[in-house]
Design a protein around this ligand. Structure first.
Ligand SMILES: CCCCCCCC/C=C\CCCCCCCC(=O)SCCNC(=O)CCNC(=O)[C@H](O)C(C)(C)COP(=O)(O)OP(=O)(O)OC[C@H]1O[C@@H](n2cnc3c(N)ncnc32)[C@H](O)[C@@H]1OP(=O)(O)O
Length: 194
């Protein structure tokens, strides 16, 4: 046994998360990190257009309306789409810590079917940090922040640098992104304050 585990339960030695002093103010909208992100990008017609707001802890909230393009069974949301909405919300927690993090593991419980046109109310919070690993949990409720619990997730995100994207992304999109001053500003926001 190497001692490495990908389980979403924080290991011994994990510490409580600390809200970064430059994190967005509670209630502030966290804009899309990339125009063509399937989860939040305004440039993806059938995307999820998840809109995330900062919470007052190391947490965020979001809403997502299930559209016809998101069906799995007739009139019901596809489970993978729902997991994507959770992934997007959890991914935004990086703004509260001022780090860029990618999903390492995402475990999802689907508790209720979610009909088309439902507005899902999503909430995500960081539970612990261990080195580059960020442990987080999320919920999705139907119709309102106190509505019936449809989704529950636990996740491990892993902190990366901007170079992660430059190294692995398709060159055409990377070049276009680096040529866009607004996008570079997003990336730099994470680099200035370690
Ligand atoms: C051109 C400019 C660019 C501009 C950028 C704009 C700003 C962007 C802003 C915000 C972007 C956020 C985007 C959010 C979108 C929503 C979230 C997603 O869907 S993300 C996509 C899906 N996920 C992936 O594609 C990850 C694919 N995997 C990897 O790349 C690697 O495996 C990675 C980075 C996760 C780890 O690789 P290693 O080589 O860096 O690090 P190692 O040494 O293997 O692991 C470090 C620690 O993490 C644990 N770990 C690694 N993989 C794990 C896993 N799968 N589950 C749990 N723990 C894991 C390891 O056990 C290790 O822990 P120990 O230090 O030993 O305690």
């Amino acid at each position: 046994m190497s001692g490495r585990t990908t389980a979403p339960t924080p290991p011994d030695g994990a510490v409580p998360p600390v809200r970064h002093p430059d994190a967005p103010a509670p209630g502030e909208t966290i804009g899309s990190h990339y125009e063509y992100c399937f989860g939040c990008g305004p440039g993806v017609p059938h995307g999820l257009h998840v809109e995330v707001r900062a919470g007052d802890g190391v947490c965020v909230s979001a809403e997502f309306r299930v559209k016809e393009a998101h069906q799995g069974a007739p009139g019901l949301a596809h489970g993978g789409v729902l997991a994507t909405a959770l992934d997007e919300t959890l991914g935004s927690l990086g703004w509260m810590l001022r780090v860029i993090a990618v999903t390492g593991r995402l475990e999802t419980d689907f508790l209720l079917p979610v009909p088309v046109d439902t507005v899902l109310h999503l909430h995500a919070e960081v539970t612990a940090v261990h080195g580059r690993k960020i442990y987080a949990a999320a919920t999705g409720r139907i119709g309102g922040p106190e509505g019936p619990l449809a989704l529950r997730a636990e996740a491990v995100f892993v902190e990366v640098k901007v170079d992660h994207f430059i190294e692995h992304g398709r060159p055409a999109e990377i070049q276009a992104t680096l040529a866009n001053p607004d996008q570079v500003k997003v990336a730099r926001a994470f680099e200035v304050n370690p």
